[in-house]
Write a protein that binds this ligand. Structure first.
Ligand SMILES: [Zn+2]
Ligand SMILES: [Zn+2]
Length: 388
């Protein structure tokens, strides 16, 4: 199925996408977004449930007694100021759909509308609109609140627009596609003193400097070079003036990995190195290691199904089945921990400095709306198709 010829549906989706872009809402506050999505889904004749994970929406379309699957889109925007001049730019100060979740909603809504009118499938499709993908783990909350108990599904599927891929190219692969994302906070407490008399104190700035470099040996000397990891100290807070050695330093950072064993190694190595460096210099420390999103891991069998749907949508030459995984993270990972499934990237052909994710100049490429929607429809017909 290719809906590029269905000009009316493409026009609807473009209108929905631009409305959503102009009215961005962030984590668990997607109230108007949730209502907008609900109204549309109800107008398509779907059974709609609101209120899971606060603002989450699930709409169910059943045709026959075949199996059930879930398709997911995220709804939240980002806390950032939009720098575009498009007519549909954000009307909410300091909020922006800078990650294209407006496009994700429009594509899933398009699929819901089409499938409600063209029921060439036997089974149930749950259309899942989740809140708070950025940082707050709305996907986790939905699973914890019984998403798959209330809406049983044999598999779950996700899609993200991907500006680094040319428009119309799709990519996915079995195994981890996006990384696990943890955060660290390290407070090093030394002894403050006069900047000109360092021997009278215990300088936490020097200890922090040594620690930051020592942490880099985790990726270069501790983890197998075949395993991609990131340990980045991204924040250093210390001191107030140039002639006082401060009492303490606070470091913060992000830790990324793909495999659970490697994630364990990162955590234990960080603990050992922080303890060792601080003790070597007689400083005390407080380390907080926060486990964030797990890796987004695609089920091999479901990935094959998605690959077939993608090939049907854009053709074999435009489907990349061995893309380089991203060190970015995605809370769809929690749904993939609960159910087998697959996450795919849809190329939107952004240009550096302009249309990259989380860039203030970002605007979802409406030229791919019909591709994402066709993919969803093809996927449903691939799995539940009664006329294959
Ligand atoms: Zn994002
Ligand atoms: Zn996103």
């Amino acid at each position: 199925m290719k809906i590029s010829q269905d000009a009316a549906l493409v026009a609807h989706m473009t209108k929905w996408r631009r409305h959503l872009h102009a009215h961005p809402e962030t984590a668990f506050e997607e109230v108007a977004t949730s209502d907008y999505v609900r109204d549309l889904l109800e107008s398509f004749g779907l059974q709609v449930h609101q209120g899971i994970a606060k603002t989450g929406v699930v709409a169910t379309l059943t045709n026959g007694d075949g199996p059930a699957i879930a398709l997911r889109a995220d709804m939240d925007a980002l806390d950032m100021v939009e720098h575009t001049n498009v007519p549909h730019r954000s009307t909410h100060d300091g909020k922006m759909h800078g990650c294209g979740h407006d496009g994700h909603m429009a594509m899933l809504l398009g699929a819901a509308k089409y499938l409600s009118e063209n029921r060439h499938f036997n089974g149930t499709v749950h259309f899942v609109f989740q809140p708070a993908e950025e940082n707050e783990g709305g996907g986790r909350v939905m699973v914890e609140e019984g998403l798959f108990d209330k809406f049983p599904a044999q598999a779950v599927f996700g899609m993200h627009n991907w500006p680094e891929l040319p428009a119309g190219v799709m990519a996915t692969k079995p195994g981890p596609l996006m990384a696990a994302c943890d955060t660290i906070e390290i407070k090093i407490t030394g002894q403050g003193c006069h900047g000109a008399m360092p021997h009278l104190g215990r300088d936490p700035v020097v200890i922090a400097s040594e620690l930051i470099l020592a942490l880099q040996t985790i990726s270069s000397r501790i983890v197998n070079p075949q395993d991609a990891v990131v340990v980045s100290v991204t924040q250093i807070n210390a001191g107030h003036t140039w002639n006082v050695i401060p009492e303490d330093v606070v470091l913060r950072g992000t830790v990324r990995s793909f495999r659970p064993e490697v994630r364990e190694t990162l955590q234990s190595s960080i603990k050992r190195i922080v303890k060792g460096v601080c003790e070597a210099h007689g400083a005390s420390f407080d380390l907080t290691y926060n486990a964030g999103y797990p890796a987004t891991v695609n089920d091999p069998e479901q990935t094959e199904v998605c690959a077939r749907a993608a090939i049907k949508t854009v053709g074999e030459d435009k489907v990349d089945l061995n893309p380089v995984s991203s060190m970015g993270a995605e809370d769809f990972a929690y749904m993939l921990e609960a159910k087998p499934g697959c996450y795919v990237w849809l190329g939107t052909g952004g240009t550096p400095g302009g249309c990259l994710l989380h860039n203030p100049g970002f605007d979802f490429n409406d030229g791919v709306l019909h591709i994402g929607t066709s993919y969803w429809i093809n996927l449903v017909e691939e799995i539940l198709g009664s006329d294959r």
